[in-house]
Design a protein around this ligand. Structure first.
Ligand code: CP
Length: 342
């Protein structure tokens, strides 16, 4: 039985760590202690079990979440919206173009007013370096309700919590000694944000994983997150390595997480970023490359994946792929985050 499974909901929510999360923002995983992340994982496991058994868990009856999206979404929007419905509450789906934000309304006014109507604000603002995290922190400064980051330019903490949950479901609670390869991969669809790899390298070392990051030289990550990843790895006594070689990163890995991201300097000129990325079309996760990892290594991706470019169908649809488990866990972790903070 996994930690959290079988535990009465009341016991999980009564712990001092859980009680301390009421009203708290969740903007980057580093804003929460290891113990607080553990509480969220335990509650996620319990909520997953309760949903499977059809047991009601209306922890947020009559509560309202305002979800502001500055970018598109399938998993994030629908896991949070379905999640709060299952918890007995309701979500409003708001987009930039339908809000007065598009006429320049300030984060202060937006935060004060929305939080006076409901119980939480969740925001996706991920495409432009230097904007999204700053915007949601400014909303949070004025909001009387907690703010949840649905992906910014720095972190995607809802995704990485679901990924950590998936790794534990597959490998057990103790991830020490597990080597996770987070790699850039080629995609022509759009210049994807850097927040997923940044979120992975800053969260996974805290929970015992050795992390190796691979990318072509132009596709670096935000320097502050690189420094944070090194610090977390040092503190946890695990390894954090960086390489320019996808094959070297895959060698001996327990899990590979190859995905595309844009060139930071070109995020305001995405066509140029995509043109540069096209020089690295050989950065694909195919069956041959996957054999460099351990025989039962997991293939992971936050989705959406550019099939045929980031990954072949053979791999993403193959027995080592856990992408649908990761996607499902977005629901359970999202519900836990809302239930704990709202
Ligand atoms: N992984 C993820 O965040 O998916 P969406 O962009 O569909 O929300």
């Amino acid at each position: 039985m996994r930690k959290g499974e079988g535990t009465p909901l009341a016991d999980l929510l009564a712990s001092p760590a859980a009680r301390g999360l009421e009203g708290r923002d969740y903007i980057e995983t580093k804003d929460w202690s290891d113990e607080e992340i553990e509480v969220a994982l335990a509650l996620s496991a319990r909520l997953k079990e309760m949903k499977r058994k059809g047991e009601p868990h209306r922890l947020l009856a009559d509560k309202t979440l305002f979800m502001m999206f500055f970018d598109k979404s399938t998993r994030t929007r629908n896991s949070m919206e379905a999640g709060i419905t299952q918890l007995g509450g309701h979500a409003h789906y708001l987009t930039e173009d339908t809000m007065q934000v598009s006429h320049g309304e300030s984060p202060k006014d937006t935060g004060i007013i929305l939080s006076s109507y409901g119980h939480g604000i969740a925001i996706r603002h991920d495409l432009i370096p230097g904007e999204g995290n700053r915007y949601m922190r400014e909303i949070a400064e004025w909001s009387a309700a907690p703010v949840i980051n649905l992906q910014c330019d720095i972190d995607h903490p809802c995704q990485t919590l679901a990924d950590l949950m998936t790794l534990r479901e597959r490998f057990g609670r103790d991830l020490r000694g597990r080597r996770i390869a987070v790699s850039w991969a080629y995609a022509p669809s759009y210049a994807k944000p850097t927040s997923v790899p940044q979120g992975l390298i800053t969260l996974l070392p805290r929970f015992g994983c050795d992390v190796v990051l691979a990318h072509p030289k132009e596709f670096t990550l935000v320097p502050e997150t690189m420094r944070a990843a090194e610090e977390f790895a040092n503190r946890a006594g695990v390894r954090f390595e960086v390489t320019g070689d996808m094959d070297a990163a895959f060698a001996g890995a327990d899990a590979v997480y190859p995905k595309s991201w844009g060139c930071l300097e070109l995020m305001r000129r995405p066509e140029e970023s995509l043109k540069l990325a096209a020089s690295y079309k050989n950065w694909i996760c195919d069956a041959k490359r996957l054999t460099r990892a351990k025989p039962a290594a997991l293939y992971m991706h936050c989705l959406p994946a550019d099939r045929g470019n980031e990954v072949t169908d053979e791999v993403i649809d193959g027995p080592q792929s856990v992408v649908y488990q990761e996607a499902e866990n977005r629901l359970h972790t999202g519900k836990a985050l809302m239930a704990l903070t709202m």
